[in-house]
Design a protein around this ligand. Sequence first.
Ligand SMILES: Nc1nc2c(c(=O)[nH]1)N[C@H]1C(S)=C(S)[C@@H](COP(=O)(O)O)O[C@H]1N2
Ligand SMILES: [Mo]
Length: 415
Amino acid sequence: MSNSERSESRRQEIDAMLERKPGTEAVTDLADRYRVVGAADRETYANWLTPIEEHYVCHRNETLDPAADEWTVALDGTVDREAELGMSELREEYPTVAVAHTMECAGNGRRYFDPETGSVQWEYGAVSTAMWTGAPLSAILADHGATTDDGTWLTAVGGDHPEVDGENDRFARSIPMAKVLEDCILAYEMNGEALPPEHGHPVRLLVPGWYGVNSVKWLDELHVTETMVHGEEWADRDGDDFTRWQQSSYRIHPEGVEPESNATISTFDTWDQLESDEIDHPYTFDENVKSTIGRPDDGATVSPDEDGIVEVVGVAWAGDDEATTIEISTDGGDSWNEGDFFGPNYDCAWRLFRYAWEPAPGTYTLVSRATDEHGRRQPVRIAGPDEDADGEYPWNEGGYAENASLPHAVEVTVE
Ligand SMILES: Nc1nc2c(c(=O)[nH]1)N[C@H]1C(S)=C(S)[C@@H](COP(=O)(O)O)O[C@H]1N2
Ligand SMILES: [Mo]
């Protein structure tokens, strides 16, 4: 495919998605590569469940739409019994479970980096919460006699198979076995409906609370191994490179650095990796603590109710950890007031918050800031590339895992 053909097919796919998902809008990709749409409306973040039509979408290659009854997932590696898992087998021979998951693209908030980083210029719209239904991987792996000791890995490979500009990579992600056994599923439904094509029909890996990149869509292969995908064996396996999306892309590093390739690591939480000496350039695994105001909207003019109150509502999440404190500032981050959580509190999904604000007429900058159960609090701003990020979020070349509070502020006028 030529560049202009690729660009044309990308635009057509995005237009088709916008028809099916009227609650989203197109997002700029400076590289003109990804199929992406994001939540259009800030009201999405005043609701716990994101309807499919508002759920963001992000993938690199052409959207697949295979027939469910012809699709199989290959399982191999250190297993007693290799398999080709069919969809009716996944539905009927394993327990059905549902998990709540706040899916956030590792590039959410990328547009707030200064200087700008390339790729998809997400603001706040690449995070959504759905209920995902499927079969637990723990049951599937046990059934096939897989080696699931601590320290082993499960690598999931997508069926999207790009052969563009001499590139021949496979979308492959390695997930530590402890996480796989804890709560990962092979998901075939989203909010009670069959997966739509752009969300991975007929089956995807779902890694609750971890950055979206780990939840491989159109799941084609599962490999049980001692290591992540790395090294020669995986860099050229039948002519395909399985290592890129694990070892090069989606790593947090300064400009101009090619991150080291690791066979294995033992610190998985993204924040812990940022603070640990074990890994120089963190992998985007568990989502960092973060929050977004859903109401009032940025630029809104609001009137207090009869009690003089304007209710501020939003969502806060911390990957597979729990967001336990929410603070709201109405003066651009100079002072903070504690808000309250309400509604559902599932593992791996965001929590709704509210703050009863009693403002005088004027114009205000509202910011939210969450803290997780380990006391890790959203930083205020993103550091510059040459700054030593001390208490700020580190600028990084890929623009990943951003969770600073101030860039997400909304400006509100009170009548
Ligand atoms: N096979 C495959 N899976 C993929 C991707 C992809 O490009 N190919 N993109 C990933 C990324 S970067 C994200 S953020 C999530 C988005 O999932 P969603 O579109 O269902 O919201 O899918 C992930 N799974
Ligand atoms: Mo992503």
